[in-house]
Write a protein that binds this ligand. Sequence first.
Ligand code: CP3
Length: 348
Amino acid sequence: MTATITAAPLLAAYRGQPTSRRPVWFMRQAGRSLPEYRAVREGTAMLDACLNPELAAEITCQPVRRHDVDAAIFFSDIVVPLRLAGVAVEIVPGIGPVLDAPVRTAADVAALPELDPVALAPVRDGVAASVAQLGGVPLIGFAGAPFTLASYLVEGRPDRELPATRALLATDPPTWHRLLAWVGRLTSTFLRAQVEAGAVAVQLFDSWVGRLSPAEYRASVQPHSTAVFTAVADLDVPRVHFGTATRDLLPDLLAAGADVVGVASDIGLDEASALLGGRVPLQGNLDPAVLAADWATLEAAARDVVRRGAAAPGHVFNLGHGVPPDTDPDVLTRLVDLVHSIPPEQES
Ligand code: CP3
């Protein structure tokens, strides 16, 4: 890692250290809200774009050039390692990941192929090409957490209620645990490849984990997320753990092995920080819906996030979930300028 990257505001905030400016980036910043993204994606299927190193690097860098955000996140998807392991999956526009055959039985799980790290060459090449163009702006690697990725495997297509996932968890624990252990190995391999190729932080997305009670989480999910964090511990990069509707789960998400907790918009960062003992750097959590509001409303909401975030030992400004596709990109640029312009003394 170069000295410039080590001193980057993003990494300082992730370590709970003072920063030269308040770092900000957006989940799903690389994507459909940008006309230059739609232009380069024209005629290329989502997963083919992810596996084209030059294209993935170009899309990764687009939001950094346009918005002056403090981090890039590698353009990929949580289902990319499934595809590279040989699972038949497609990302259908407007729907999301769809599998040829859902994974629901002990036999289905036993038939899942192990991911050969060699197959990750397009990911390594895409990360390396991104880092080469980023000129010192840190690149975040990411993966789907075992529960959220398993939910796509079990449902076969997006379903917010997760009926088949919850049924498998409740009725066949041995198969459930074998499935999550398989996903955990897959996700660990995917994350390691990104860091080895130049990513300087990682984020584990457990987007739908808020569906579980704390007791369910601890018994059925947490050991597998811990295995992922442990598998990348030797790489010594900050590990961010993100989920939505996690008010009751925050201490467990931290205890899974994270260094930083990504908070959705259902709870204030000051309250989240208190629930975590006031000692954990946080990332978040402007409600993405506010991006469509008038500027005065958006500015007030952003200042409120900054004020509450000051309760934590480090704060990386972000949304509570991904950028909605219909967001005006100029609003994101203006928001980045605003976040950078708020001096530390106005935080409390
Ligand atoms: O954040 C970034 O800019 C980096 C890229 C990124 C994508 N997916 C690209 C993408 C990241 C970090 C993800 C993570 C991801 N993928 C998650 C976890 C984060 C979250 O949103 O909760 C999940 C659950 C997925 C699965 C997935 N992939 C969904 C639900 C969808 C949306 C389908 C749709 O069309 O509404 C996708 C597709 C996807 N992943 C797009 C992008 C840019 C849209 C593809 C397109 O351009 O058509």
